[in-house]
Structure formats: structure tokens, C-alpha cells
Design a protein around this ligand. Structure first.
Ligand SMILES: [Zn+2]
Length: 433
């Protein structure tokens, strides 16, 4: 726990114009500052930063508060997260108190691991930008894929050298204990590097701290998988992290939508072309925790997967979970053999967005379309399909939304709506028993 005295120090140090200024462009007006409100849509600024009073206030939507409240509201930070953000900004060392000895050890341990992950991130970036091997192999790969320097920097991409222990050697020399390096999966039990001869993707937590890595192999190999990932650790729980969320969070809020894709490079390609509200579930099926993370920023999710059977299955799996969180889901499948990366290269950002707009279907239509193909003219399979769709509808907590979908379902399948209502009620009863 952060010591109350430290919290006080942070609150005293926080200048509202600095904190808000990190996210909103402010202009001086008299003693105060003025900008466009980040909490509501406006064309003429009514968002006031009162420098003497050290608070913000919007005369348009009424939102107001101090620096911590701004961060909590605007960045969806928790109170301690906001305090830490400000402490970082002003170089204030936070004192931890009141935690039990065990908690203290654990927190200290976590901090150590985070420090090592940050160190590793820097190492892989240096290998990419500063070594001949990194430039020749890693950088040429990223350039070949069309990634610009700004994208490579923004996502903190890196390179791990062919040398067996290039990272291990350096890290140990810099005093990082071997067991910690192993715990993060950065070195193996023989003391050698886990990531070798791969381009590196840094995986960040929601505050932008590196917590894990994914390494992509560049030469096709029978024995090595295309991607390897850091194992789970105290700072990295796969199910609670979304690749690119840290970089995308403001765009998600602004667009009020979050596009979920499958791969790291899909996120990079889309973000680079200006579609920034994109995250990847990176190899795993979507989890409830990931959906909850997104829910902090928007209620709307667009699932964008490859049009192959595996992609369709993955999309259907993610679906019910999003519905349970009372979020709105749209699904888009890409044409032919495209993935988002290749598609955006071919069609450009505008073509891409218009494709999304034209082809996004809500989940009923999606399920019906994809599944009805194989239940055509087969009444038994059609009944099963309807049941399947009703199952999904039953996951929606909001009754009004539920009945809207029911009506749509009735029209789509050309069935009496009351019949569907009865069936759905039975399902709901079963769940509640
Ligand atoms: Zn406002």
C-alpha cells in the first residue's frame, strides 16, 4: 500500500495543467487554461483548467475535479494507479506501508520483475536499432513488412540476436539475479537466452509497462514454432492482457469502439494506417478478463477475424462472452485469404473502414449466415441453429436488448416471435435454477 504521507506529497505536487496537459491541448486564457473537453464532443472549448485552484471543470458537460480524478476518469486508472502516474511524472519516491510482511515481499518482487522486463525491452530494442545483426536481419524484416520507424518505436519492437546468451550475459553482468530472469522466462535453466534469432514484440500492461514478449522466427523451421511467448509470471497473466491496448486506449475511447484482431502484426499494420482502436487477443481465445478490460473504455466491440473456418470458430467463441458483459458485438470476416495486415495493405485505411462498415454484422446475422450454410433445407439442423442463436441471446443481461434481438431472430428465421420468447424463457429459467 502507498503510505498516506506519500499520497499527500503526490497530491501537493500535482499541477492540474501538467496532468491534463498530457492528454488535452490547452491554451492560456487569462490566469486559466482552456481546451476542448475530452469527455464530451464539442467544437468550441468549454473545458477549463483553473491553475490557481488546481482543478479542472467543463462548463459543457459539468465534469470536474483534481488531477487524480482526471486520470481516473480519463485514463480509467484506479486511485493507486493515478497516484503512481503522478509520482512518476514528478520523480517522487512512494513509500509503501501497512502491508503485511508477505505483501511487502510480494510487491517488492513484482517491482523487481517489472524492472527486469523493462530492462529486457531496452535490450531488444538496442539489438534492433544499434547492432549490425539487428539492422540486417530484424530491421530489414520490419521494413519489408512496411513498418515505419514511428510504429517500430511506438510498439517497442526489438530483436534478439543469434548469440546464445547475449541477453543473459548482459543482464547477469548488470546484477539481475538468475532466478528472476528465469521466472520471466527470459533465460532457460541452462542460463541461455530463451529468445534467439527472433524479432521481438513487447507486450505491455494497461499502464504501458512491459510485462512479456513474443518472439517471431524469421526462418522457416520444422522444429521451432513461428511465435514463442514469455511464460506466465507474477506480472504476466495471459488472460488479462491484450496486445496493443495501452497504445490503443485513447483511440478506443474516441471511436467508442474496439476492434479485436488475431495477430501482433495486424495491430501494427492497422495502427500505422491510422486505424488505431485495435487490439489483439494474441493467440488465445478471448477471455472474460480481456473483455472487461475493453469495457473500461467502450461498450462496443468489433471482432475482425480471418474468413477461414478456424477464424470463424474463434469469432463464435468470443461472442457469448462479450454479450454477457452487456456489450455490443459486431463481427466482420475478411474476404478470401486475407488477414487484416494484408487486406489493409491492399485496400488502404479508407477502403478498409468502408469494408468494415458494409460487412459488419451483428451476431445473430453472423451466426445465422455462417451456420445456416450447412443447415440448409434441413429442418432438424435449422431448429438446432435457432436454439444456438437463442443461447447467445440468453446471455444478454439487458432485457430490452434481448427482446430487440428476439424480434430480429424471428424475422430472420421466419418464425413466430412468441414461440421464441417461450423457448428463451425456458432457457433463462434453467440458468437461474
Ligand atoms: Zn465536457
Amino acid at each position: 500500500m502507498i503510505a498516506p504521507a506519500s499520497v499527500e506529497r503526490v497530491l501537493d505536487a500535482a499541477r492540474i495543467e501538467d496532468i491534463v496537459g498530457d492528454f488535452v491541448r490547452l491554451r492560456k486564457r487569462g490566469a486559466n487554461m482552456l481546451g476542448l473537453c475530452p469527455f464530451h464532443n464539442e467544437k468550441s472549448p468549454s473545458f477549463n483548467v483553473n491553475v490557481t485552484g488546481n482543478y479542472f471543470k467543463c462548463f459543457g458537460c459539468g465534469k470536474g475535479g483534481n488531477s487524480v480524478q482526471f486520470l481516473m476518469e480519463h485514463e480509467q486508472m484506479s486511485f493507486p494507479e493515478a497516484i503512481r502516474y503522478i509520482a512518476d511524472k514528478y520523480n517522487i519516491t512512494l513509500e509503501e506501508v501497512d502491508a503485511s510482511p508477505e505483501q511487502k515481499v510480494e510487491m517488492l518482487h513484482r517491482e523487481k520483475l517489472l524492472e527486469i522486463a523493462a530492462y529486457a525491452r531496452k535490450h531488444y530494442e538496442q539489438e534492433l536499432w544499434e547492432t549490425q545483426e539487428g539492422k540486417n536481419i530484424g530491421m530489414s524484416y520490419f521494413k519489408e513488412r512496411g513498418f515505419l520507424d514511428t510504429t517500430i518505436k511506438k510498439f517497442q519492437l526489438g530483436y534478439s540476436s543469434k548469440e546464445r546468451d547475449s541477453f543473459a550475459k548482459k543482464a547477469k553482468l548488470d546484477g539481475f539475479p538468475e532466478d528472476h530472469l528465469q521466472e520471466l522466462g527470459l533465460i532457460n535453466k541452462y542460463g541461455n537466452d530463451f529468445f534467439n534469432d527472433r524479432v521481438m514484440f513487447t507486450i505491455h500492461d494497461i499502464s504501458g509497462r512491459p510485462v512479456a514478449f513474443a518472439g517471431r522466427i524469421l526462418i522457416k523451421s520444422e522444429n521451432s514454432p513461428k511465435y514463442i511467448n514469455s511464460p506466465e509470471s507474477e506480472i504476466y497473466k495471459k488472460s488479462k492482457v491484450l496486445y496493443g491496448l495501452y497504445q490503443a486506449r485513447q483511440a478506443i475511447r474516441k471511436m467508442d469502439d474496439c476492434i479485436i484482431v488475431e495477430g501482433y502484426t495486424d495491430v501494427l499494420a492497422m495502427a500505422q494506417s491510422g486505424i488505431e482502436h485495435v487490439v489483439a487477443s494474441s493467440g488465445t481465445a478471448l477471455t472474460e478478463e480481456q473483455i472487461k478490460l475493453i469495457h473500461r473504455f467502450t461498450q462496443n466491440v468489433t471482432i475482425l477475424y480471418d474468413g477461414d473456418p478456424a477464424g470463424i470458430k474463434a469469432a463464435l467463441r468470443g461472442l457469448d462472452m462479450v454479450l454477457e458483459q452487456d456489450m455490443n458485438v459486431k463481427i466482420v470476416l475478411l474476404p478470401g485469404k486475407h488477414d487484416p495486415d494484408s487486406f489493409i495493405r491492399e485496400s488502404g485505411a479508407e477502403g478498409f473502414l468502408s469494408y468494415l462498415e458494409q460487412n459488419a454484422s451483428d451476431f445473430i446475422t453472423f451466426k445465422a449466415k455462417t451456420l445456416s450454410e450447412d443447415s440448409k433445407n434441413d429442418p432438424i439442423r435449422k431448429a438446432a441453429l435457432i436454439k444456438d442463436v437463442l443461447e447467445s441471446i440468453s446471455k444478454i443481461p439487458d432485457t430490452i436488448k434481448r427482446s430487440r434481438y428476439l424480434r430480429e431472430c424471428a424475422t430472420l428465421f421466419d418464425i413466430d416471435e412468441t414461440l421464441l420468447v417461450r423457448e428463451l424463457n425456458q432457457m433463462l429459467k434453467k440458468v437461474n435454477l
